[in-house]
Design a protein around this ligand. Sequence first.
Ligand code: NAD
Ligand code: DAU
Length: 363
Amino acid sequence: MAKKVLVTGGCGFIGANFVRLILKMKEDWQVINLDKLTYAGNLENLKGVDGNPHYHYVRGDICNEKLLEKLFLEYNIDTVVHFAAESHVDRSITGPDEFVRTNVFGTLSLLNVAKKRWIEQEVNTSVNDCRFLHVSTDEVYGSLGESGYFTEATCYDPRSPYSASKASSDHLVRAYYHTYGLPVLVTNCSNNYGPYQFPEKLIPLVISNALAGKEIPVYGDGGNIRDWLYVEDHCEAIIQTLEKGRVGESYNIGGHNEKKNLEVVELICDLLDMRVGLLPGDEPRRSLVTFVTDRLGHDRRYAIDAAKIDKEFGWCPKMTFETGMEKTVDWYLDNREWMDSVIDGSYREYYETMYGNRKLESS
Ligand code: NAD
Ligand code: DAU
């Protein structure tokens, strides 16, 4: 059945990749993208799809219930894929309030309007045909030691204001299932990488600095571990969860791909050396690595056990890390105008605030 999907945060990194993929995979679905265009949202991320008659963009805030009601009614929304969030851990440490507003209250507004429309009014569409998919993160589970994996049964133990706000929203989403019967699904995914990621996050920040010959800030000892997944694999997993997921369930999504931060940084440096040549003076880009003061409360290791989604839908990542990183580096090289346009005055101000006084520990 052709769906009418409200995508929130579709102008951000994962949302934009999702909108592109779903318009390709589901040609008869209607996609309504609601995005406030914060610093992280960019209409350029959807250049080329804006002329598609199945795609509609609305600028607005997920906290605005009046606007949400209007959209649900106007487009007869039967599916929500909720990406919109404040997503950067470092920003949550310096300013948690906006994270609670968007991630907690914004999610609550969406839940309220979906409940009103699908359960209290039940106009045109049976609630059984509706889905509210909440896109969440593995960070809600806290930090792992040397061994073990996050499963769907792992207790929540968020440690940053960002992960605490996401955990809070996950609990609300599940509460709306148990209390009101809202047909929800929750996905908890590991670190994504790929095209259109804002250069406050590790991989695009390293690419940007390494290309410009600037110092590459590595927090602490560079030994923190993340489980990296190519963004398109995540988006495919979301589509499969929408179609095959059991209502009320959570699904972990991960890359089976644990890497220490320093390994990731060095791989990017080497790829860039190969693609564009060494730095002036024949210096390899690894020489730009600079160890800086650690992130407060820095989670040591994340690793996802994705056995449930594999067993239930047969989903597993298609992209290897080596190929995915080559594709990603090439995308940033081919899209330097995109990078130049996002590294504007406010980004430079952010960079100065975040990194300007970060004590250099050694290099
Ligand atoms: P992002 O920061 O790149 O994009 C967020 C988007 O949401 C932006 O377009 C922004 O304008 C929009 N937005 C923010 N506040 C809004 C509001 N109040 N109303 C409407 N729109 C608003 O984020 P991302 O990295 O693409 O992450 C998307 C989602 O996936 C988030 O919920 C995040 O928690 C989750 N997630 C991200 C990762 C990752 O590695 N990036 C991994 C797992 C889960
Ligand atoms: O695990 C999923 C999460 O992954 C998502 O929920 C978040 O939205 C997303 O931002 C990401 O969180 P991380 O904190 O893991 O991502 P980030 O790219 O900020 O950092 C990755 C690792 O690199 C982390 O251990 C911190 C480190 N780092 C980061 C930056 C920006 C550095 O060493 N130097 C840096 O300059």
